[in-house]
Unconditional design. Structure first.
Length: 462
């Protein structure tokens, strides 16, 4: 019998709950690490805020903006700011870039509700904002929860007014209202995906009329007057604004044991924060370490701040040029961890998962060989050789990890930035954290997994 046990130990794939096997010290470190992470989540609810917060943390650690024409030597810390929405942080290696760069890439945009260019209207003496949702979200989840508004007004004179209302205790919040159960008999016949329609995601922003004896749209007038006093704007300034409605709640612990984290925007700040904190700890790496926090992943990595753009190519080009080596060779020899979340196994919804290939909370950082949909379409499928490299690295460093797949075959699927980086010839694999309720206004992760993600990022770039 013990021979069988021994053989099984030796031959079977043996994945365990990492939290149950972890030392008290590791668990304490994970809980401690989660404090910084929750703080980051509360200060970085949009891509602009995440970029800004990341830059400020990096500057405290000696990172400076990369300047073309300047020489940087091994150990120097630089960053590349792409329109305030995507940032790449680099620690220059002892070897030149043509020997390859170790890249981690996570995204800092999350599903949310953007205001339309002409958002403000009054109906039945209530003022509301029209929205256009950003990223894949289940619309019914966004009603009847407190929302905050974040973003900017860019004025014609070049000034940019930053907006953040609804985060502080004493600030008002906003809400999208839904029908009461007493009157929702017709609405209940809709499919869940149509339960709330896109054009019904209208945000209530006020109800008090401007003091006047007569006139129409006095509630709207009052709102514009308040905004004019605060930001100096008029209605046409919404045309050149980027304003995002996000959940107003703060990150918090979940569970009696406090082992989990509940918060908005964990996809993908749950990987962005580990990538960031890891590169902040990297000192004098053999190869150049690069951590990218990217925008626009949730809508396909498009645009000049998404990773389908040439931003990363230019960053590596700039470093290679500075070292007088070939950027193409640098790309070809580079490796990347595309740091993004996977769907954690939820016992309430087991039918969407292949249990043997799903990721579980507390089983550690999740390595995802491929994403995609319908026969791996639209994915960067990491090579066996590269998976071997990554699992050897993780095992050698004692990092608890697991594999994952994005649900059952043909049930759905998804994508990450991996394929865009792979297009440049870089070896790429997805690695991240399992999440429950992904893309909901409130997502759940495990502290242990987040900490293992950080350790993996550091091990890869150090
Ligand atoms: Mn993601
Ligand atoms: Mn996502």
């Amino acid at each position: 019998m013990s021979e069988i046990k021994e053989l099984k130990e030796k031959l079977f794939l043996n994945r365990k709950n990492g939290l149950s096997a972890a030392s008290e010290e590791t668990v304490n470190s994970a809980y401690q690490y989660a404090k910084g992470y929750k703080n980051f989540l509360d200060n970085a609810k949009t891509e602009r805020e995440a970029a800004k917060t990341a830059i400020s943390l990096a500057e405290q650690k000696g990172f400076v903006p990369f300047e073309i024409g300047k020489e940087y030597k091994a150990g120097d810390k630089v960053y590349f700011n792409n329109h305030g929405k995507t940032v790449a942080f680099a620690v220059i290696g002892k070897q030149t870039a043509d020997n390859g760069i170790n890249i981690t890439a996570a995204h800092i945009d999350s599903p949310r509700l953007d205001l339309k260019p002409n958002p403000l209207y009054e109906d039945s003496e209530l003022a509301l904002f029209k929205t256009h949702y950003y990223g894949g979200l289940r619309k019914y989840q966004w009603t009847a929860v407190p929302l905050a508004i974040h973003g900017v007004f860019a004025l014609k004179d070049g000034t940019v007014k930053e907006v953040s209302i609804g985060e502080k205790e004493d600030e008002p919040k906003f809400v999208i209202n839904d029908l009461l159960p007493h009157l929702s008999a017709e609405q209940n016949k809709r499919t869940l995906s149509d339960g709330i329609k896109g054009e019904e995601l209208n945000v209530l922003v006020g109800s008090r009329p401007f003091k006047a004896d007569e006139g129409s749209e006095l509630v709207k007038l009052n709102i514009l007057n308040l905004l004019n006093q605060k930001y100096g704007i008029s209605e046409d300034d919404f045309l050149s604004a980027e304003l995002e409605m996000v959940p107003a709640h703060k990150a918090c612990d979940i569970g009696f044991d406090g082992s989990l984290i509940g918060a908005y925007g964990q996809d993908d700040r749950v990987c962005a924060y580990p990538a960031l904190t890891a590169i902040l700890e990297v000192e004098n790496p053999e190869k150049t370490a690069l951590a990218i926090l990217a925008d626009k992943e949730e809508i396909g990595s498009t645009g000049n701040t998404g990773l389908e753009s040439d931003f990363l190519r230019y960053v590596i080009g700039d470093i290679a040029k500075m070292q007088r080596v070939d950027a193409t060779v640098a790309l070809r020899n580079s490796k990347c961890l595309s740091a993004d979340v996977n769907a954690g196994f939820d016992p309430t919804f087991p039918d969407v998962m292949d249990r043997r290939n799903a990721s579980f909370l507390n089983y550690g950082v999740v390595v995802t060989k491929y994403t995609g949909a319908r026969g791996k379409s639209g994915t960067s499928d990491a090579s066996a050789e590269y998976v071997a490299y990554v699992r050897n690295m993780l095992d050698k460093a004692g990092i608890v990890w697991q594999t994952g797949e994005l649900g059952k075959v043909d049930l759905g699927g998804g994508g990450t930035v991996a394929m865009f980086i792979a297009n440049m010839g870089v070896d790429v694999i997805d690695l991240g954290v399992p999440v429950l309720s992904m893309h909901a206004p409130f997502e759940t992760t495990s502290k242990f997994d987040v900490y293992m993600c950080y350790k993996a990022m550091y091990e890869f770039m150090k």
